[in-house]
Design a protein around this ligand. Sequence first.
Ligand code: ATP
Length: 433
Amino acid sequence: MTQVTLDKIHALCKRRGFVFQSASIYGGLNGVYDFGHLGVLMKNNIRNEWTKSINTSFDDILSFEGSILGSSAVWQASGHVENFTDPMVDCLNCKHRFRADEIDLNKACPNCGQKKWTQARQFNLMFKTQLGAMEDDSSVAYLRPETAQSIFINFKNVLSTYRVKIPFGISQIGKAFRNEITPKQFLFRTREFEQMEIEWFCKPETALDDFKKWCDARKKFYESLSLNQNKIRFRAHDKTELAHYSKCTSDVEYEFPFGWKEIEGIAYRGDFDLSQHSKFSGKDLAVFDEETKQSYIPHVVECSVGVDRLFLTLLFDAYNEDIVEGEERIVLKLSPKIAPIKAAFFPLVKKLNEPMETIYKEIKAKGYSVEFDESGSIGKRYRRQDEIGTPLCFTYDFDSLQDDKVTVRNRDTTQQERISIDAIEEYIKKVLK
Ligand code: ATP
């Protein structure tokens, strides 16, 4: 059994250029990360799979991209200015800062061993900024701490410009920012991250049923990513955990080495958001029901997952160490749909570069994410691809000159077989399915 740790994942991400600490040449920016080539490819795959799953789960899902800068009025109405806080304490001795709900204040500071706590106080997690040159209250804006509110405030814009009827959904992928008191566990809790959210607007009568349907759809999504299903669970919030406006909420949780943690929240939010924005903006956000001839505020089911947190989850789930031909290897057994590189092409020796490069270029021109690698022993090239999760490696050898066949090697089983050069694309397609 592989012991997968945060350190191993972090080191792999850095070594292979998936993720870098932001501003590392200046000592690093805490809780902020940059993504390299493989990280970007993998994130794109995550976004694509999410979008596909959302659009095939339900009819009438519209796309949306809201601004990151949000007017102060929006966050007043949503309750974030007042309530989007975490409790914070400081150690008076070493000046370390902690989330008060995450440590035992009856004990000494875990950093310096002294017990000299300040009073716990609420810290707002939103990044505040100023629009324009005037520094007064009227110019205050916030970087959005979640993508959802931009959907709610545009609900009527979308409804009146696109021919949809309740129920329908608005989906969005975009950045969110939270000034987390203690960013930690690498990509798990960062200050700048990306969310994939769907807000599903429905009639109050169908909302509970729709909530269940969304839970089923989200379960299928996690199955489709080939995540170890023993490490995924849906946990319903009990009454004490529920937000005051939510009738039911379920967290999708994954079992990390540091415990079961939320990767997605699915919440039935009632009519809270649209009602708040109706009240604060003075604009009527109700819709007219042709059947009952009455106006009502639609209810909302929300599914919200972090791209970066899911990225980390997929790496944890895929990370394996095993022994191949007496040599230790690290292998990411990522779903081929998520793997940044789908196939690698190797000439056995440099003399054979030309025919293999021609094959590689043909496959690349068809839109596949593939790599050509001519350097080092074949064994070394396999290890490199295993470590970044490439499902297939094709090798062109001297026999290929005669029989027009290549050897294909499977990442997970390390089994090899010979296939015709003409069959390469079909082979890749089959694996991607
Ligand atoms: P947590 O309790 O872990 O802080 P949350 O309940 O505040 O999460 P939501 O507001 O429900 O999170 O956000 C939805 C999703 O956005 C989370 O399930 C997670 O995947 C992602 N997310 C939230 N905060 C962060 C963060 N600081 N860093 C990375 N991803 C985050």
